[in-house]
Ligand binder design. Structure first.
Ligand code: CA
Length: 233
């Protein structure tokens, strides 16, 4: 799945700004451009960003000041861009909470590598705190107990369907017997009806699979049980 993270480039020099955003666009990211801190604020109000690339040398509030203000309220990823190669901006920037730092003229590929790295780190941190699992375009939030579809819509799940999906995603790639699934769903070890697992699996597939007759997410291990076969991202 392409990473559709939202990246905002804050830079007052139009050519540099547009070159960078079109490069990131071409890599599949969603990008926005801001000339200064007020444009950045306007963007963030409507469309929260996953990563900011901020030039230090801006008209009005400079990149360091923006970093300090944002860091006080947000864990968003920040890469600072400086025109100076000495260590002063770098140290101040990192002290203020920037995550990374590049010096002009920078290599776009190097910046991309740093951006990817940072996005991976912030996404992992977010998943950890929110306990969210991503697979095949779906998002399963185990704390909030909700599932969103590939289109971003909420998928209504019954309690049992939710518990079933939770157990499956907690053991990706492992065959889980009907008995084990039912124990996880009912939290009982005796008197569970294993046929119920088949019914629940069928209902879950109807909600998840592109083709429920050829399931890619929740496959059957014939004679043994079921297995979560989608890649967890
Ligand atoms: Ca500038």
């Amino acid at each position: 799945m392409p990473d559709r993270s939202h990246i905002v480039v804050v830079e007052d020099e139009p050519v540099t700004r547009m070159t960078l955003t079109s490069y990131l666009d071409a890599q599949g990211y969603r990008t926005s451009e801001a000339e200064d801190s007020s444009e950045l604020d306007a963007i963030l109000q409507h469309d929260p960003a996953d990563l900011l690339i901020i030039d230090i040398n801006l008209a009005g509030k400079d990149g360091l000041e923006i970093t300090r203000e944002l860091r006080a309220v947000s864990e968003i990823g920040i890469i600072l861009v400086s025109a100076r190669s000495d260590d002063v901006d770098r140290i101040v920037g990192l002290e203020l909470g920037a995550d990374d730092y590049v010096v002009k003229p920078f290599n776009k590929r190097e910046l991309l590598a740093r951006a990817k790295n940072l996005l991976r780190r912030t996404q992992a941190a977010r998943q950890l705190t929110r306990n969210v699992r991503h697979f095949d375009g779906f998002q399963l939030d185990l704390s909030g107990r909700w599932l969103t579809s590939r289109e971003g819509d909420l998928v209504p799940l019954t309690r049992a369907e939710f518990e079933l999906l939770k157990i499956l995603t907690m053991h990706p790639g492992l065959v889980l017997s009907r008995e084990r699934l039912m124990q996880g769903i009912t939290h009982r070890s005796d008197g569970v009806n294993e046929r119920t697992a088949d019914v629940l699996v069928r209902r879950l597939r109807a909600k998840l699979e592109r083709d429920p007759r050829a399931p890619q997410i929740n496959s059957t291990a014939h004679g043994e049980g079921y297995i979560f076969t989608a890649a967890l991202e």
